[in-house]
Design a protein around this ligand. Structure first.
Ligand SMILES: Nc1ncnc2c1ncn2[C@@H]1O[C@H](COP(=O)(O)OP(=O)(O)OP(=O)(O)O)[C@@H](O)[C@H]1O
Ligand SMILES: [Mg+2]
Length: 485
């Protein structure tokens, strides 16, 4: 193995975390690249943060250039790499090396095999792409991914939906035969109507596509106290309001009788019929719609049963008119999944939502559905973002507009994040979640993303090129293609 340069600090001081390298003539490193040094038989990995050329400037250089006399002289140029220490591997974990990295020791570029070994999680993992610009696969640890969820963000046409498809396909085709998977796709515009996906799901354990409108049958049983909390939160009632107090009184009587309650409109109406004040009663009656939706579709689906029997349940809303229906139905779907997962130790489902800012907007009145729809949806989205993964209902979400996603949702989902090229207004939010490295996301070409998260071994970001396994349905359905047909 030939070194590509040596550690050499211009200031003459040598640190453990910040490492300056002078490259041998002709060697090149790129920003974000991984390198290593060897100390006491340990490979200590470094990541290039900056890769400047250094050339001392003389006072007369300015004049020489102006007069057209100065020419490039490569002999006067030094190619540098300014790196951060990433650490070394021990027992499948990355540890920091706490002593200074000494002067003039050799610096190496890892082989693809070494890099893979260093980055890949030791747990069961799926490949989603490669580490730019190598052939080294980027693999995400499944247990971690599904315990934490994932946020996929980027500007228009940067590759977000393609990444969701790649992850779906990874779960369906790269997991062991004896490992069942259960996925739910909330597909508001039909992007996931791609034959390859359905085939892979059928092979893995079953595929079902449900075309909206439909109604989610729900037989969620909860304790009276939980019923109270849920109604109060979803309606935004203060605990001191007369509605909340009346509801509380009635529900506590149910609790004394040791009842469990079905979370549905009928039970709700039954409960409020016990309230004495007719004012409060009718005010709460009017709100049943917020809690349980208004859609009266003839198609009722038992979503839990469908998920248990299939690897992929695809809820296709592309023929629905209007966002309220999408939001209310999705809310019901998420809600039954969450409750089932909490009640049933054998149930769990990973939920995929594209363009999640339409489902959990930061400013609901600027989003496509009505206030009532979001009043019902937001608490469920927040609940899932915060406690979903722990309860076996992780979210895998994509958005074009990070700054328009509800803050609770975007911050909670930041444990594993892919950032494609983002617009400047979303960059600030991305930095808040990811750190300064987000800057790099301004320049990435399509299909390239920075990944930062726990589903790989290192906590430092990696630039990756996503595998394009399938194309979203919208590809080739643009107006120019239509005219050409
Ligand atoms: N990793 C990739 N490698 C090669 N091509 C890609 C990759 N990712 C996306 N593309 C191509 O880029 C185009 C846009 O991809 P995609 O629809 O996934 O982006 P998007 O961010 O979801 O876009 P939109 O904002 O329209 O939803 C498609 O033609 C797709 O095939
Ligand atoms: Mg898309």
């Amino acid at each position: 193995m030939k070194p590509i340069g040596r550690v050499l600090s211009m200031s003459g001081e040598y640190m453990h975390d910040r490492i300056e390298i002078t490259l041998f003539k002709g060697e090149r490193v790129y920003k974000g690249e991984y390198l290593y040094v060897e100390i006491d038989g340990r490979k200590i990995f470094l990541q290039v943060e900056l890769n400047p050329i250094r050339r001392p400037t003389s006072s007369y250089d300015d004049k020489l250039v102006r007069d057209g006399l100065a020419k490039r002289d490569m002999e006067r140029e030094t190619w540098k790499a300014l790196c951060w220490q990433v650490g070394y591997e021990e027992d499948g974990q990355i540890q920091p090396y706490l002593f200074p990295i000494p002067p003039l020791i050799d610096v190496y570029r890892p082989t693809p095999e070494e890099l893979k070994q260093f980055l890949s999680p030791s747990e069961l993992s799926i490949r989603v792409g490669t580490i730019y610009p190598t052939d080294t696969p980027l693999r995400l640890g499944l247990r971690t991914l599904l315990r934490q969820g994932l946020l996929d963000c980027g500007g228009v046409g940067t590759g977000k939906t393609t990444l969701l498809l790649t992850i779906l396909m990874g779960l369906l085709t790269q997991t062991p035969k004896d490992q069942p998977v259960h996925l739910l796709v909330i597909d508001w515009d039909g992007e996931f109507n791609v034959p390859g996906l359905a085939e892979a799901a059928k092979k893995k354990g079953g595929y079902v596509r449900i075309e909206a409108p439909f109604k989610v049958a729900r037989e969620v049983r909860i304790a009276p106290r939980e019923f109270y909390d849920k109604v109060r939160k979803m309606l935004g009632l203060s605990p001191h309001s007369k509605e909340a107090r009346a509801l509380y009184a009635v529900l506590m009587r149910r609790r004394e009788r040791n009842e469990t309650l079905i979370w549905d409109r009928e039970t709700y109406l039954d409960i409020i019929s016990d309230i004495d004040s007719s004012d409060i009663k009718s005010s709460l009656e009017e709100k049943a719609e917020v809690l349980f939706g208004e859609v009266e579709a003839d198609k009722t689906i038992d979503l839990i049963d469908l998920i248990m029997r299939n690897s992929l349940v695809h809820l296709d809303f592309s023929n629905v008119e209007g966002w309220d229906e999408i939001i209310f139905s999705t809310r019901d779907a998420l809600d039954v999944c969450y409750h089932e997962a909490r009640a049933n130790p054998r149930f769990g489902v990973a939920i995929f939502i594209d363009e999640v800012h339409n489902f959990a907007p930061q400013v609901p009145h600027e989003a496509p559905a009505s206030k009532e729809a979001y009043d019902a949806m937001l608490p469920v989205m927040k609940l899932l973002a915060t406690t979903g993964p722990r309860n076996k209902v992780p979210l895998v979400v994509a958005t074009q507009r990070l700054s328009e996603v509800d803050k609770v949702v975007s911050t909670q989902m930041g444990q594993n994040i892919f950032a494609f090229r983002v617009e400047d207004i979303d960059l600030e939010r991305l930095k808040g979640i990811m750190g300064e490295v987000a800057e790099a996301a301004r320049m990435l070409p399509r299909g390239h993303a920075i990944f930062k998260g726990h589903a790989i071994k290192v906590r430092t970001p990696v630039i990756s090129v996503i595998d394009r396994v399938l194309e979203p349905a919208s590809v080739r359905k643009d107006i120019l293609s239509a005219w050409r047909e």
